[in-house]
Write a protein that binds this ligand. Sequence first.
Ligand SMILES: Cc1cc2nc3c(=O)[nH]c(=O)nc-3n(C[C@H](O)[C@H](O)[C@H](O)COP(=O)(O)O)c2cc1C
Length: 208
Amino acid sequence: MKLIEDLNWRYATKKYSTRKVTADDLEKIIDAINLSASSAGMQTYRLFIIENPEMRKELGSDSFNPQIVEASHILLFAAFDSISQATIDNYIQLVAKVREMPVEDLADFKSALGVLLTRTDDENFIWSAKQAYLALGTGLIAAATLQIDATPMEGFNAEKFDEVLGLKDKGLKSVVLLALGYRDEENDIYAKLKKVRVPKEEFVTRIK
Ligand SMILES: Cc1cc2nc3c(=O)[nH]c(=O)nc-3n(C[C@H](O)[C@H](O)[C@H](O)COP(=O)(O)O)c2cc1C
């Protein structure tokens, strides 16, 4: 399976070359991320593609991750800070439109989603952030299949990203980053290191 080869090839790149990811490839990765599964299909997170070098210098100034500045692109996954009746209504409208069906036919689905309104904003943010992490994984896999290097990153100042990108006004909070680009093989010691994974016998319990 080619995907296993690709997953062995990929690693969390620490040092990037100056080579840029093409607009075409970037779009493929964005499409894959958008196609990621999410709970109830609601996609209660958004994606920001950050290229601007000046902004990235500022965003990465207090992070231990030079990739924020050096990678070709930085993708930020940001999750909704709350879920309202309007969030649910908008989603139901979208489903009805795409599937060309009357909104009334979705009444049971809409009512089931009402459970989200019984939770606290914090609980819903954590739920949305979990969906964002799943999308992060989809992005990592998509990049690997294109032989594009990537780094998932939690090491960044989320409050600063929120502020610089004006996320509060958009009802969003930063969750996790994905750097994209091409490895600097000579200068990234991680490029040659063996992959470390828990042995399968220990990792997997097979119940027959
Ligand atoms: C959620 C998450 C956050 C991570 N944060 C960082 C980070 O801030 N900086 C970094 O260089 N690597 C980061 N990593 C990369 C991991 O250290 C790396 O995936 C792990 O060591 C396994 O190695 P591999 O991905 O190279 O196979 C992160 C990975 C994940 C999944």
